[in-house]
Design a protein around this ligand. Structure first.
Ligand code: BT5
Length: 336
């Protein structure tokens, strides 16, 4: 027990524990062990704290989380603020789920309509591309998938990734003063650390998209120590990079609105100019010396531009130009 804590009563000590763990859940068991009281006693103190006006969310199997009044994050609050025409008209909000993309894929197969959105407080099997994992701690981030059904050929899927990164950056630029950037194809970075990843998956007929599942994972409340050894040098979160008050609900509402505006502009006008302008503005890839990584192959190039269909136009050291459709890039002098 630290000095000063002795003066706190049990209820206040619970509040202090919750406040010190902003952005994450603590289990009833952990509180009861730490304070030497029963789980029932913990629950009674939580009820009392709620009566006093503290907003404490309790979720089965996860525990308790203190939510500041500006960060109430649930289906009803999101719907009450949402000002979109199609995105989020059907909105499903889960406490725990394997992956919002998996869930939405199932819904799409059962005929869910365009604009259906799945959000979760926590993912047990959050996915990145090519079977990689997306760290999805309870309460720390936004884990959201959006169903799109554009009347476009399957090659459009990569454009949707660019469109989504542009929408997220438009929102994040209101929070982050400097260092916000997009690394081709799907990483949103703040000062070269990843804050958001986008996973675009598709089912299609030979010449037409059936459904695009657009998954967005955004780190919001994570502290540096939450990232663990694997990610501590490469990942960051919004709260580590802003002075502004943060509300996950507000972020979701704003991202869906930006996404919808850019998406409708794209499908109705058939032009990618609007989101590509934004994308280029935030790009940390164009003009840089890069290493293209495709499976076992690695080769050097200079990134010249990104084409409207999402391919990266590069120039190799012998002056040849070619496009890269998929793979990873590492930006030299930055990543190495
Ligand atoms: C991505 O993959 O960046 C796409 C991530 C998409 C996650 C969303 S959450 C909602 C929806 N449901 C899902 O199941 N997924 C989507 P990729 O480019 O392959 O990057 C994955 C790599 O990023 C990992 O191998 C790690 O190195 C790193 N990483 C994992 N979790 C991270 C995190 N929370 N923050 C920053 N980097 C992370």
């Amino acid at each position: 027990m630290k000095g000063g804590e002795r003066d706190l009563n049990t209820k206040d000590r619970i509040l202090k524990m919750l406040a010190e763990n902003k952005g994450r859940f603590i289990s009833g068991e952990q509180i009861s062990e730490e304070l030497g009281i029963s789980r029932t006693a913990v629950w009674k103190h939580i009820l009392k704290l709620r009566e006093e006006g503290h907003r404490i969310q309790s979720v089965n199997r996860l525990g308790y989380q203190l939510v500041n009044s500006g960060d109430v994050y649930d289906r009803g609050t999101i719907l009450s603020r949402l000002n979109t025409k199609i995105l989020g008209k059907n909105l499903y909000f889960y406490e725990t789920i394997d992956s919002t993309n998996n869930e939405l894929k199932k819904m799409a197969a059962e005929g869910a309509c365009e604009g259906t959105v799945v959000i979760a407080l926590c993912q047990t099997e959050g996915r990145g591309r090519r079977g990689r994992r997306w760290q999805s701690d309870a309460g720390s981030g936004i884990y959201m998938s959006v169903l799109l059904k554009p009347d476009l050929p399957p090659t459009a899927v990569q454009s949707i990734t660019l469109l989504a990164s542009s929408a997220v950056c438009k929102v994040l630029e209101k929070y982050v003063k400097s260092g916000l950037g997009i690394k081709w194809p799907n990483d949103i970075l703040i000062n070269n650390k990843k804050v958001c990843g986008i996973l675009t998956e598709m089912t299609s007929e030979p010449d037409k998209v059936q459904a695009i599942i657009l998954g967005i994972g955004l780190n919001v409340w994570n502290r540096e120590e939450d990232f663990g050894d694997e990610l501590k040098h490469t990942a960051t979160s919004l709260c580590l990079n802003t002075d502004r008050e943060i509300s996950r609900t507000q972020l979701v509402v704003e991202i869906l609105k930006e996404l919808e505006d850019l998406y409708l502009n794209f499908v109705e006008k058939g032009s990618s100019a609007k989101f590509m302008d934004i994308w280029r503005c935030f790009s940390v890839t164009i003009g840089r010396d890069i290493i293209v990584i495709q499976g076992e192959n690695r080769w050097q190039a200079k990134a010249l531009d990104v084409l409207d269909d999402g391919r990266l136009l590069v120039e190799t050291p012998d002056g040849k130009r070619q496009t890269v459709l998929s793979g990873e890039i590492s930006i030299r002098s930055c990543d190495n």
